[in-house]
Design a protein around this ligand. Structure first.
Ligand code: PBG
Length: 328
């Protein structure tokens, strides 16, 4: 049967010129699909390169505003802000004070660059001295007492002018609690992008070095997902959708393309994916050795994440990718 089809079907006919390849390309990448994560530190005029993430810097609020303007000019849809405060404490109080690092950065960006979507990470691990994403009670990360603090953090970001909040802590019930708190405070139009299927991954290493947020004791396996589980991701997504998540996220991205596809097929809400620090660092490291072509690896990795079903992608490559897309 196959033999009789040949040579009638010749897939290579549609691969011979750039123009035809473009006609038949099923997936495309747009700068508007990308979100650029940034690390906010205290101070003014601070622009400090991060060792574990070549090309990424710690930025003070004023520098975040400058960088965000460039990001917007490149056609990138949004920025995602993480805070790296000077002081950390057991309750992560720097997370929800109105004069926190992220709140200040949001104020300096949100008004100044209309059209750019300013998203804030909602989680305690960058602010707690023990490095866990919730508060500790009896030697465990305590779920329900943490929810109140996350809700306060989200409302504080909203007050500063955030356009979207993104809880990444993986406590049960946090989307519902944050939604209720936002609604109560008058922010019923503010969307929640939930890190719904966030795995306990080795690939967050460079981020944790950048945010000094590695847990001081234990690990995150009691709240982040087991890498062996895919059906459980659907459960997590279902719960978040029921609690009011507007966008659901799978994280990391490239190692979990099957999960992105399953979520895309099973749910109608938009799907986000996070190309995490370790995915970024791997490409950067191999490229610096001359082992892979960095530009092609950037575009191929992002295109594959879209092909798997992601509508939007958080990526440290956003500025590079936007320039490459433009040039193509
Ligand atoms: C937690 C958080 C982490 C990342 C985003 N939000 C780290 C963690 O869970 O330890 C990782 C992002 C990356 O690796 O790029 N607030």
């Amino acid at each position: 049967m196959l033999a009789t089809m040949f040579p009638i079907e010749r897939p290579r006919r549609l691969r011979r010129t750039r123009a035809i390849r473009a006609f038949v390309r099923e997936t495309s990448l747009d700068a508007g699909d990308l979100v650029y994560p940034m690390f906010v530190v205290p101070g003014r005029g601070v622009r400090r390169p991060i060792d574990s993430m070549p090309g990424v810097c710690h930025l003070s609020a004023d520098e975040v505003a400058r960088e965000a303007a460039r990001i917007h000019e490149l056609g990138i849809g949004g920025v995602l802000l993480f805070g790296v405060p000077e002081q950390k404490d057991p309750e992560g109080s720097g997370a929800w004070t109105d004069d926190g690092v992220v709140q200040e950065a949001v104020r300096s960006v949100a008004g100044a660059i209309p059209g750019l979507c300013v998203i804030t990470d909602v989680c305690l691990c960058e602010y707690t001295d023990h490095g866990h994403c919730g508060i500790i009670e009896d030697g465990e990360v305590a779920n329900d007492p943490t929810l109140e603090l996350l809700a306060r953090q989200a409302v504080s970001h909203a007050r500063a002018g955030a356009n979207m909040v993104a809880p990444s802590d993986m406590m049960d019930g946090r989307v519902g609690r944050i939604r209720a708190a936002l609604d109560d405070a008058g922010y019923d139009q503010l969307p929640i992008m939930s890190y719904s299927a966030k795995y306990a991954s080795a690939f967050y290493g460079p981020f944790r070095a950048a945010a000094a947020s590695a847990p001081k004791m234990g690990d995150r396996k009691s709240y982040q997902m087991d890498p062996g589980n895919a059906r459980e991701a659907l459960r997590e997504v279902r719960l978040d959708v029921e609690e009011g998540a507007d966008i659901v996220m799978v994280k990391p991205a490239a190692l979990y393309l099957d999960v992105i596809r399953m979520v895309r097929d099973e749910f109608l809400v938009p799907v986000a994916a996070y190309q995490v620090s370790g995915e970024y660092a791997m490409i950067k490291a191999a490229a610096s050795k001359g082992w892979i072509d960095e530009e092609r690896a950037i575009l191929e990795s992002l295109l594959s994440i879209k092909r798997a079903g992601a509508d939007l992608i958080m990526t440290y490559f956003a500025p590079d990718a936007a320039r490459l897309i433009e040039r193509r």
